[in-house]
Design a protein around this ligand. Structure first.
Ligand SMILES: Nc1ncccc1[N+](=O)[O-]
Length: 243
């Protein structure tokens, strides 16, 4: 199963880290077919212009629909899901990463400046393309490239064969349990007067599992009570409720 991801940006070098580590391995293994394109390749004027002043006035520049349209007409395929990183999008979270990892073609359009002319999303939705406007969170970046890095990594690591031990995908934060991850420790057993919790050295797997579950519940209650609220009560056993 291979996913093709096309990223369009005026800063292709920004996406260079995707060639490293996990995503790099996924590409070499043929699990991920990643292509980064310079949007300016679809401009037609001498200055390779991609933006202009906003209708209605206001500061900053808006990216032109005609340039994006020429590029996307060439890149999009019938099974493509067009992703538009934007602070005004729906918040990107792990369930979306899992859904996107099951797709066959993702196209990420990285906007800069004040954003992309709204008619681009409107046109492709009307043409039957699945279009998702995604936000990483409630802050403003200078463009969509950082979001593209985040989305591509979050999706790529879920592809079968990318992460060495698929088990490690199950217990991580925001994973299936819907809880934050428990604290982890490794050698040395004592460090600057701090000891690893005894239970983890006990070799008693049931107790270790219980301790980890308790810690995950405690952390989630302390740091992300919203996640605990969202948990299906059936997912909590009697022991959990005591924590
Ligand atoms: N937060 C953002 N700011 C600018 C562009 C994209 C963004 N995002 O989260 O995808």
């Amino acid at each position: 199963m291979s996913v093709r991801i096309d990223v369009l940006t005026i800063f292709p070098d920004y996406l260079a880290p995707l060639g490293l580590s996990l995503v790099g391995k996924a590409r070499e293994a043929g699990i991920l077919d990643l292509h980064v394109h310079d949007l300016r390749n679809w401009t037609t004027d001498r200055h390779r212009t991609v933006d202009d002043t906003p209708f209605g006035g206001g500061a900053g520049m808006v990216m032109r629909a005609d340039v994006w349209g020429t590029a996307l007409d060439e890149i999009l395929t019938p099974d493509a899901h067009l992703l538009l990183p934007t602070p005004s999008g729906q918040v990107f979270a792990q369930p979306t990463a899992h859904a996107l990892a099951a797709e066959t073609h993702l196209v990420v359009a990285c906007g800069r400046y004040e954003g992309i002319d709204a008619r681009v999303a409107e046109h492709y939705r009307a043409a039957g393309v699945r279009v998702s406007e995604l936000s990483l969170g409630d802050y403003v970046l200078n463009g969509g490239e950082v979001a593209a890095l985040v989305v591509v990594e979050a999706v790529a690591r879920l592809l079968p064969g990318v992460v060495g031990n698929p088990e490690s995908l199950v217990e991580e934060s925001h994973g299936e349990a819907g809880l934050l991850e428990y604290p982890v420790f490794t050698k040395p057993p004592t460090w600057r007067g701090l000891d690893v919790p005894d239970v983890l050295l006990s070799g008693h797997h049931a107790r270790i599992a219980r301790w980890r579950r308790d810690e995950a519940l405690r952390r989630t209650a302390a740091r992300r009570p919203d996640m605990l609220e969202a948990l299906d009560p059936a997912a909590l056993d009697a022991r959990d409720r005591e924590v």
